[in-house]
Every structure is written in C-alpha cells, then in structure tokens.
Ligand binder design. Sequence first.
Ligand code: GCU
Length: 595
Amino acid sequence: MRRFLLVLLLAPSCFAAPVESTLIANIPGRTSVNLSGSWRVIVDPFSNGQSAGIFRDEKPRSKGDRIEYSFDASPVMSVPGDWNTQRDQLMFYEGTVWYRRLFKYQKRSQTRAFIYFGAVNYRASVYLNGEKVGEHEGGFTAFNFEVTSLLRDGENSLVVEVNDTRRPDGVPAMKFDWWNYGGITRAVTLVEVPAVFVQDYWAQLARGSQNEISGWVQLNGAQAGQKVNFEIPEAGVRQALTADAAGRALIHVTAKLELWSPEHPKLYDVMIGTGEEKVHDQIGFRTIEVQGGKILLNGKPIFLRGISMHEEAPFRGGRAFSPEDAQTLLGWVKDLGCNFVRFAHYPHNENEVRLADRIGLLVWSEIPVYWDIAWSNPATLANAQAELRDMIARDHNRAAIALWSLSNETPVNPERVTFLKQLAQEARELDSTRLITCAMNHVDKTSPDLRTLSDPLGEVLDVLGINEYVGWYEGRPEDADKIGWKSVWSRPIIVSEFGGGASFGLHGDADERWTEEYQNNLYEHQLKMVERIPNLAGMTPWVLMDFRSPTRLLPGIQDYRNRKGLISDRGQRKLAFYRLQEFYRNLAASERASH
Ligand code: GCU
C-alpha cells in the first residue's frame, strides 16, 4: 500500500513547472567544430529505418551479412539546407530522411561536448555511434544534447532521423501558407565547454530604466558559491558574481550607456566567464514599452516602418540560413526605408537576428501558432510552450527584438483564448522587458464601413497586430477609402498584414488582378486607410519577397508561389515596392523635421 501511495504523491502534476531551456547561448562565441557540409542521406518514405536499425550505421562484417541500407553508398546532401530544393524529386516530399555525418574527434579531460542544431524541420531523432542521444519537435527552434560520454577517439558517426510530416497536434498543424521545407535547415555544431561552463545569460536594461542592467548568468555543472565575472569594459562594468546552488548568479549594475536604436545600433562587447572560459558577446541596450496608444523606444514614441518576410532564400529559393541570405534580405528591408521587420511566422535563423542587431532593425519575432491548431491538446500546448521558451532563450540578448508574437490569425474561441493567455503569461515570466503581441484577423463589421478590433485576446497583449486584406480578399482597393477603424482596447496597433499579389513584369490596368498596377493601386488606397487607424504604431505589409507555398496554384502567375511580394523571388522590384518606399521615406523625413 505504501509503495502505491508514494507513486500517487509523485503524480506527473507535481512536475508541471515550466521546463527550463537547456539551450547553450551564443554558439558563435564558443569553441566549436562546424559539422555543416556534405552529409550522406537515405530517403525513407515508409519510415522503415528505425526497425532496420539505420541509426547503427552498420556495415556487413562478412559476405553473408544482410544489411539493407548503406550510408557509405548513399548520395550526399548539404547541411544546412532543406531537402526539397536540393533534389527535384524531393520538392513535394514529406516524410523521413536519414542523415549521417562522420567526424574525427580527440577527447580531452575536463572537456564536455554538446551537439547543437540551429533547427531541424520538423521532428529529429539524434544518434551518436549507434546510441540514442535525444529527440526534438519543432521546425524553427534550436536544441542541443550533451554527448561527452558517447564520443569516441577517432571516427564518430552522427545520425539524424528527420521527419517533416505535418500532424494535427503539431505547431504549426496541417495547413499553412508556406512551403514545408524539410531537413536539417540550419547549422550543426559540436560545442566544447569546460566541466563548469556558462550555459546561458541574460543582460538587458530593467524595464523602464535607461541605466540599470539586470539579468542573470546560468552556469552548468557549478557548485553553490562558484564565482563568475560579468564585464562590459567600454562601460566600465566589472562585476564578480556568485552562483547559487542552482548555478544562477544575478546581474544588477548601473552604467552610463549609449542606447541602441535603429539609427544608432550601438553594441557593447560583453564578457562573461569563470576562470575556465570567457564567453564574448555583443549586446545592445535599449528600452521598449507602451504608453497609451504609443510604442516608446528609449522613452520616445516611435512609428515602426516595417515589412513582413518569410525565411525564404532569395534567388535560389528554399530555406534561408546563411549570413549572405540575411545580408540580401535585410539589405532589401533597409532599402525599403524600414526601421522594423516582422520575421513571419516562426523564429528565423540567428544570422538574421544578429544582423538586425548590427544594422539597426527592430524585430517582431513569432512562434508558428498559425491558423487552427489542436487548442485542447496538452501535447500541442507543451510544444508551443517549448517553442516560445526556446525562441526567447536564443534571442533574449538581442536589442533588435522588440516584440514576441504568440500567434497568427487564430480563430476566436474559448480554447484558443485560454491557450494563448497561458503563453502570454509565460512569455512575460521569461522576459519582462519586451512587448507581447499576436497577429489577429478578427474584426467586428459593425457597419459595412466600420471595422472594430474586439478580439478578447487583446486583453492580455501589449500591442495588437491586425491582418486585413481590404482590396484583395475583400472588395476592391477603392473600398478602403470609405472604411474606418475602431478598437475596444486602448493599445498600440500594428497592421501586421495587408497586401495583394502581382506577377513581376505583368502590366495592365489598375483594376486588372495580378498586374503590378493592381498591387500598386491597392497600396495607394491601403496606405491612406491605415493612416486613419487610431493608435496606429506601425505596419508590416505582406510581404517583402514572393515565397513558395503549396496553396498557390494558378499556373503562369503563382506556380506554387505566393506573389504578394514587393520583390519577386528573382530579386526584381515591383511598382508597389517604390510606392511603399516613398511612403516610408516621407514619414522618416517628417519625423526628422519634427525633432
Ligand atoms: C494570411 C497569412 C499569411 C498568408 C497571407 C496571404 O493573412 O497570415 O501567412 O501568406 O495572409 O494570404 O497571402
């Protein structure tokens, strides 16, 4: 009886506390071996590989042995990179692909090793030298596993089973308007750290303060009392911190700082370390808050001149991942006259976020709780919680990130409101300094010409994102001239989407669908309408560049691409690009004149 009672007391609900992220922060600032490059791959349409033991990467030991797979005899594929755009016959493939990378290693005492994945879409099972290391679900967040005890001196076999089949309980679920690019879509790194190491840290200005840096350092493997230094030499900060029994040391220091802004993206060299290691990062300090219907950056109202973008590689197509992809895409964003960018609809790669830090772009970062998902499924909630936690864990030191978005265009029902209110609360627990938002598309059409934002979700958001498609999905562009807007919430509003499709080079009358003139005319009328929205604090029209989507089927015009881009997938700028650019340049000029 007693044994039964013990089991009862330790029921799973006792462990319901939010799970801490195990992500190692700032991989670029670590000692590491880059495992990107050519990996051998086996396409496994019926997911047969588990039962065949593919993860053991075996070879026949005698001529009689039966082994029905061989990585050595299989073709290679590049990592990072989606499989869809690397092989024609995989463009529409959804299923399992096995990857293998051989690498040589020399073990050293007092050195621990972790395998870090920037992202794998959608589920990954990781094996090293035939032993299961771990699993991960979620196509756009990083993850790492310790492999110290599994590494061998000499040659090691790293095998990853990737499956990108969409699932009703997934995040996102079965339907979304982007290509389901599968694979190891971001870099893979073997990270080496000392026995006690700096796993993560958070250093940002305390909410509402312009000279108080608060945060923490999280050590891994430390005893209580372990010392750790936090330094910002240029700001004269040198703090000797002491970790508690959980390895956490608190940061609280005042300093005179040049504040980060899009016009002045000032980054400070920050060093954090114990005697064993010193982790170097570059961090900007700024405040972001709301006051009534305004967003304040460093205490001053700012209008966010933005654009939405997918993580779609310019020119070649497929998942973007490289510094060069980031340079091209964010270079276009800057050309457009933006100080803001919406990374839709999932966390983008770290190269983009760090570049935004450096060149001065504020960022809306979002988890893919997109359209309808399994709101009442605990596994779905746990998945969304993990994606939110890991999005914040990777980027919480990036000054560029201003808003965490919890969802896009989700239906108004009680289960969804409960689900997203839970996420909003957890986002604030994880990061008290940034603004919480969602892109919503529910409005009350109290009269044909009046739209009222009344989504109950507004109650828990700092900023309301609204997606509206007057002139494309509803009515004609000219209808926008008569439409007025209201909100039941006195919050800042960002128009997180408006737009229309155009095939680059297709010209005709302004009322001819798919011409550049139609798209340009739509922007003319939309820009006049959105300016009338009360508490408008920014906009991120849909979308920077044409992108692949399985829902866009019009031959000769869409050809499986969403054509609402201001720029074609070949880098060609449409008429509406110049219309929005002129609008933003005039806005920026009038702001400069008024200062
Ligand atoms: C939706 C959605 C986007 C989609 C866009 C469109 O609002 O948020 O992901 O691509 O509209 O229909 O083009």
